[in-house]
Structures are given as structure tokens and as C-alpha cells.
Write a protein that binds this ligand. Structure first.
Ligand code: G3H
Ligand code: ZN
Length: 276
């Protein structure tokens, strides 16, 4: 299937009153597992590569982007590829020619005026190339961005931010927190509803690994359109690796990577079936 554009998957989910799930890719096995899980469930999916993942790959986007976009093109379901949590304009500019159709530009740790200015420049650059751009609005003066525990997005400020920057979607702070390994986050559903009423663009939930299944479903009903998931895949991946290594003195990495990939695929299939 040809590579699908992120904007098309987000628009389709919004029109259908559901959500598209975007999963973080670190290794080739993550991407293979996410596509396998999406195919098992018969759901479209977004593969996202973060700036941190690019850093892990020695700062090079091109090799991992080539592998991920090739897998997306071979998938039996629609798959888009997205660059996530980009802080560096140089890395944003490196998406040109990779097949990546969108990015999340993360200037949320800057103060409000600087976030608006940096995000507006990123939007202008992206839109001139037909790319879809998501951004994040952090607490004014906040050091940890929008997804630190306790931070909330103010609807009026968010509306002003969207109008001033021209972003295609907004990551909102509604109670989730990045990198949780238990699913105990408590979302503010009333705030999600107010943000949906106030903002003209789709809402994105980050840090979704910490949100229980039922609350992810409620969040979609309240107005979330894109759900970003990372850590829960690594809980599955590393748990399977640990179990294999504890069971036998294996040397061949395929002996533990294959069950890890299967565990991630099962997690992906479960989440996309639950959410959409
Ligand atoms: O942008 C990526 C997501 O926000 C992933 O968050 O690892 O807490 O699921 P998570
Ligand atoms: Zn995130």
C-alpha cells in the first residue's frame, strides 16, 4: 500500500469520531511489530520517530526513516510516518525527501512568546512543503513542557496559540505524563471537552501509556483525535527480552528479539482495537 499522509489519517479519524494511534519506533523491530499489530487488527496506524530516537541512531534520520517508510509502503493497512518531539529546526528540515509527511515541533519548554515564534516558523516551513505540523503548548514559564504532571492547557490561550501559529493539531496537557510504566494517569475529561469546543484543530494526547484502556476510550469520546503511545511498547519489548534471557543462555539476538517483536505486536493490536 502506498505511504499514507498523517494529515489524511488524522482527518479521517476526526470525521469518523474516532482516533488514530501513533506509536514510537526505536528499532527496526519496533516498526515491524507496530505494522504487524495494525495488520492483525485491520487498523491504520502512524509510525513515529522521535528526536531522541534519531539521537540513539547516532543523530542520523535517513537510515531509520528509509527502513520505516519502506515498511509502511509494504503494509496491508494505511500507515503514515511522523517525526515526533522535534526541537531542532535542522532535524525538522531533514524530513524533506524521506517520505515522512508530518512532524510534531516541540517548543513547549520555551515561554509563550518564544514558543509562538518558533512554532510559527516551523509551520511556515512545513506548509510550504505540504507537510502537516503538530505543536505543543506548555505551561507559561514551565520547564518540563505540557506533559509534566499537574500541567494543564488553558483553552483560551490554546485558541490564541493555534490562531497565531497556524498549526494543524495541538498536543494538549490534560493529565497524562510521559514515560509512565503503570497505567494510573487521571485525565481531565471536562477539560478535553472544553478544548474540543474551543479549538478548530484536532487534539493530540501524549504520554498515553499511563492511561488505562477505558480512559483512552473516554478521551476519544471527549475529543482526542491522535493518541501517542511509546513506553507501553517498551514494557512489552523489554519484558519479553528479559524472560527469554532468564530462561536460557542464548547468544543469537533473534532468539529474544522475535518474542519481543511478537509482544509489541500484541500490545499494538490490543490498543488499536480498543481505541478505534
Ligand atoms: O510522543 C510520544 C508519546 O507522548 C509517548 O508517550 O511513552 O508515555 O506513551 P509514552
Ligand atoms: Zn510525547
Amino acid at each position: 500500500m502506498p505511504l499514507t499522509a498523517t494529515g489524511q489519517l488524522v482527518d479521517g479519524a476526526r470525521a469518523a469520531d474516532t482516533a488514530i494511534v501513533a506509536f514510537n519506533v526505536i528499532t527496526l523491530e519496533h516498526a515491524e511489530a507496530i505494522v504487524a499489530g495494525a495488520e492483525q487488527a485491520g487498523r491504520a496506524v502512524i509510525l513515529q520517530i522521535s528526536e531522541n530516537a534519531v539521537r540513539f541512531h547516532h543523530g542520523r534520520l535517513a537510515p531509520i526513516a528509509a527502513a520505516v517508510t519502506a515498511l509502511a509502503e509494504l503494509a496491508a493497512v494505511p500507515v503514515a510516518v511522523h517525526l515526533d518531539h522535534v526541537q531542532s529546526p535542522e532535524l525538522l528540515h531533514a524530513v524533506e525527501g524521506t517520505g515522512i509527511s508530518s512532524a510534531m515541533f516541540d517548543a513547549s519548554t520555551l515561554d509563550y512568546a518564544d514558543n509562538v515564534s518558533a512554532t510559527a516558523q516551523a509551520v511556515d516551513w512545513a506548509h510550504a512543503r505540504g507537510l502537516w505540523l503538530e505543536a505543543e503548548l506548555g505551561e507559561v514559564g514551565g520547564k518540563d513542557g505540557a506533559h509534566a504532571p499537574g500541567v494543564r492547557t488553558d483553552p483560551a490561550e490554546a485558541a490564541e496559540f493555534v490562531a497565531a501559529t497556524g498549526v494543524d493539531a495541538l498536543a494538549v496537557a490534560v493529565g497524562s505524563s510521559h514515560a509512565m510504566t503503570d497505567r494510573t494517569a487521571a485525565l481531565d475529561f471536562a477539560l478535553i471537552g472544553r478544548l474540543r469546543e474551543t479549538l478548530p484543530v484536532p487534539l493530540v494526547l501524549h504520554g498515553s501509556s499511563g492511561v488505562p484502556d477505558d480512559d483512552l476510550v473516554r478521551a476519544v469520546r471527549a475529543g482526542i483525535v491522535k493518541i501517542n503511545v511509546g513506553t507501553i511498547l517498551n514494557v512489552a519489548f523489554t519484558g519479553a527480552v528479559r524472560a527469554e534471557l532468564a530462561a536460557a543462555p542464548v547468544v543469537d539476538p533473534r532468539k529474544y528479539l522475535a518474542p519481543a517483536r511478537d509482544a509489541v505486536a500484541r500490545t499494538v493490536a490490543h490498543l488499536v482495537t480498543t481505541i478505534s
